[in-house]
Design a protein around this ligand. Sequence first.
Ligand SMILES: *Cc1c(COP(=O)(O)O)cnc(C)c1O
Length: 464
Amino acid sequence: MNYISTRGNVGEVGFIDAVLMGLADDGGLLIPKQIPRLSEAELTSWSKLDYKGLALEIFSRYINEEIPQDELKELIEASYSTFRDSDITPVRKLNDNSYVLELFHGPTFAFKDVALQFLGNLYSYIARKRNSIINILGATSGDTGASAIEGVRGKEGIRISILHPHQRVSKVQELQMTTVDDANVLNLAVKGNFDDCQTLIKELFADVEFKNKYHLRAINSINFARILAQTVYYFFAYFQVTADAPGEKVNFSVPTGNFGDIFAGYLAKQMGLPVNKLILATNENNILERFIKEGVYQPGEFHITHSPSMDIQIASNFERYLFYLYNEDASQVADLMRQFKTEGKIVIDSEKLKQVQADFAAHGVKNDECLDAIRTTYESTGYLLDPHTACGIAASSPYTGSDELTVTLATAHPAKFDESIQLVNIKQEFPVQISQLFDKPQYQTVVEHSKADVVEHIVKLYQA
Ligand SMILES: *Cc1c(COP(=O)(O)O)cnc(C)c1O
């Protein structure tokens, strides 16, 4: 499988080069040249596979023989043996129409581990195979950083710097990142918000000379390997719930920030998984809800919410969807992105809007609604949602017909966001891996929201 850019100005590259490139050199995003389509027979045979077996089938369609099958199998084995549940991403039934897909059984208790445990091992594999230096640079609204660090800490040939918004991540997220003392890890706490961090990273990656000089590699969800890893659980969950209820229409409700996770669902659907509705749940930072309802993609006012990992205005994976919305016409995507840069918004016509609404439903969940979902779900089922998953549950109700069922992606363990759980007066027990963090020393450097400051610190690490 070869990969091309959504903006059409990068020559085709193979899977490993696509992983190494991260953001495409023309500023676009890399996507497979052709989405593999599955036959009915393949789908049926996949329905009997376990998580790792499914991952192997799906990954090999996108990697072909670039990584030999036995080595790919080892990578998958290593990546998912760190999960605490034997199903990797188990599905739990809340009531007749509602399931949650628990994606938080990896090392950092958030769904990011599903992709980043794999990407960490993949980078390590590439470093060995190609004898190349891997210097990872990423921005995080909280979960990615911890997960990426956990994926590569202590690994030979890899160094990682992660920017997070200073004091704007949850306490547990901060501790998960900053209590790591491996020499290949640097935490920069930037005085600003997540979009400031992401913009800094985008600028550094867009400077191709700088990127090449320091062998910069991305860990953000712009990396196609992450999207790929996340398609697996859509298949897995679909097969699990339809085994219980054959022929049922299955929706997915996805707590969304950068549009990576839900794009993986869109990709699974394009591959042939018979997903009914993809429900996009946002919080009060609802640029994507407005786009889906009104056809205007334009950042609004920034809100601090109970679901900080979704406090995002510019969804970095959105461009991938635009590419398919515009029938894989890269020049139109390039025009739209140019328009976004100069005018600060993208407006689509009514015909395209119809297509968007056929692809997605959307709901922006208000802060109170989020807390209500935590409270009422706990009262009626005894199940404790984290505030991100609660947005997914709140968004799922209006869109789940009585003859349908909705799987809500549970993107984090509630212990990561105890600040919000306390607001509904629920007392939770922390898993021991989390309670231990509070006694450990922290390692982080606070920097101004300035490119020069960031560069100074990361260059020091990368030259070490
Ligand atoms: C990252 C994250 C999200 C958003 O996922 P995207 O792929 O950015 O849309 C939602 N919930 C949690 C807990 C996250 O960490």
